[in-house]
Design a protein around this ligand. Structure first.
Ligand code: NCD
Ligand code: ZN
Length: 341
C-alpha cells in the first residue's frame, strides 16, 4: 500500500487540560495536528477573557516549537451583548454543556428555555460565532443523545443563521438531523467510529473506553462511519481526546473520557483506507474529514502542515507520562496498522 498524506489535519474537539497534564498532552496533538478546537471545561471553566488569555499562553508554552493553532472556546452561559462583542476576536466558538452532564460541566446550562437563551444566541448569530453543543439529556444513558434531538431542532429552527455544531455525535438519529437543517454540523470522534457499547462493557469492563456520550449500537456506528468516510461536508473530525490520569480511570468511579490524541490520525487512516483499489478516493475523503470540512465550516486558515502516513505496524505506547502524570491511551499496548512517517 502506498503512503498517504493529510494536509493541515484539524482536531475540532480537543481537551488539553491545564498545568502538568497540559504539558504532557499538548505536544502529542501539536506534533501531528495543524490546529484544534480547545474545550473550555477546566476548573474553573473559561468564562472570561482573563482566564482565556492566561490559558492560551499556557498552551503556547506547552506546545513549544510545534506549529499548532489552538482555536479557543468560551464556556457557554447566557452572556450579555457587550460581553460577547468583547470576546468575539479571541474565540472561535462557544461550547454549551448541559449542567452536570459530563466532566467539569456543573455550571453549564440547566434550562433550555429559548426565551432565556435568545439574547445570547441572537448576538452570537449576528456576530457569526458558532455554538458547539454537548447534546445529551439526563435520561437513560443509551437514549441521552437521541432525546436531545428535539433541542437541536428547536435551536436550529429558532436561530437559522446560527452555526450549531453537534459535538461528538454517536447515533444514527444524529446523522439524520444534521443533514436536515442548513445550520447544523457535527463532529465525530475516532472512538465512536470504531467502538460499540460491547467493546466497553460486553466482556470485561474497559475503563479506558468509557466516555460521554457512551458508545452505542452497531447500526449507530455504521451510520457514523458511512457519513464520515463519504467525506460528507457537514461532518468533521473532533477527537474529544479527554485525558484523565490512569489512576482516575482504573478505579471505582471511573472518569469519563478516552485519550486518543497520539493515535487519532493513524486510526482514521486505518478506517478510511481499506485497500489499494480505491485509495485515491479514500484519501480525498480522509482529507475532507480531517481538515477541509472544518476549514469550510469554521472559515479558518490553519498553519500549513502535511502529515504522511505509511501502512506499517505501530505499537501504541502503554502509557504516556511525565513527572506528575500518567495517561493511558486507547489501544494501549496494541498494534495498529498505520504510522506517521
Ligand atoms: C470529556 C472530559 O473529560 O473533559 N469527557 C468525555 O467523556 N468526553 C468531556 C466531554 O466532552 O464530554
Ligand atoms: Zn469533549
Amino acid at each position: 500500500m502506498r503512503d498517504i498524506t493529510v494536509r493541515n489535519p484539524l482536531d475540532m474537539h480537543l481537551h488539553l487540560r491545564d498545568d502538568d497534564m497540559l504539558c504532557l498532552v499538548a505536544p502529542l496533538s501539536a506534533g501531528t495536528f495543524s490546529g484544534g478546537l480547545v474545550m473550555p471545561n477546566l476548573v474553573p471553566p473559561i468564562t472570561n477573557l482573563q482566564i482565556l488569555h492566561r490559558y492560551k499562553s499556557m498552551i503556547a508554552d506547552a506546545i513549544g516549537e510545534n506549529s499548532f493553532k489552538p482555536y479557543m472556546t468560551m464556556f457557554y452561559r447566557n452572556y450579555d451583548r457587550e460581553f460577547i462583542k468583547n470576546i468575539k476576536e479571541s474565540i472561535t466558538a462557544m461550547k454549551l454543556y448541559p449542567a452536570g452532564i459530563t466532566t467539569n460541566s456543573d455550571s453549564g446550562v440547566s434550562s433550555f428555555d429559548i426565551d432565556t437563551m435568545r439574547p445570547t444566541l441572537e448576538t452570537m448569530s449576528e456576530l457569526n460565532i458558532p455554538l458547539c453543543v454537548h447534546g445529551e439529556t439526563d435520561g437513560f444513558v443509551m437514549d441521552r443523545e437521541a432525546e436531545f434531538m428535539d433541542i437541536y431542532e428547536t435551536l436550529a429552527t429558532a436561530f437559522p443563521k446560527l452555526k450549531i455544531i453537534m459535538e461528538h455525535i454517536t447515533t444514527k438519529a444524529a446523522t439524520k438531523i444534521v443533514q436536515k437543517y442548513d445550520n447544523l454540523f457535527a463532529t465525530v470522534t475516532a472512538h465512536h467510529l470504531l467502538l460499540t457499547l460491547d467493546d466497553l462493557a460486553g466482556g470485561l469492563l474497559k475503563p479506558h473506553l468509557f466516555c460521554k456520550p457512551i458508545a452505542k449500537r452497531h447500526d449507530d456506528k455504521d451510520a457514523l462511519v458511512d457519513m464520515a468516510t463519504s467525506g460528507h461536508r457537514k461532518i468533521m473530525f473532533g477527537s474529544d481526546s479527554a485525558p484523565h490520569p490512569t489512576s482516575s480511570k482504573e478505579c471505582c468511579g471511573c472518569a469519563a473520557g478516552v485519550f486518543t490524541a497520539p493515535i487519532a490520525i493513524q486510526l482514521m487512516a486505518e478506517l478510511f483506507i481499506k485497500n489499494d483499489k480505491n485509495i485515491d478516493q479514500s484519501e480525498q475523503n480522509l482529507q475532507k474529514f480531517m481538515s477541509d470540512n472544518a476549514i469550510n465550516i469554521y472559515g479558518i486558515s490553519p498553519p500549513p502542515k502535511s502529515i504522511t502516513l505509511e501502512n506499517k505496524e505501530f505499537i501504541v505506547p502503554k502509557i504516556y507520562k511525565n513527572k506528575q502524570n500518567e495517561v493511558t491511551p486507547m489501544k494501549s499496548g496494541e498494534t495498529i496498522s498505520w504510522r506517521i512517517k
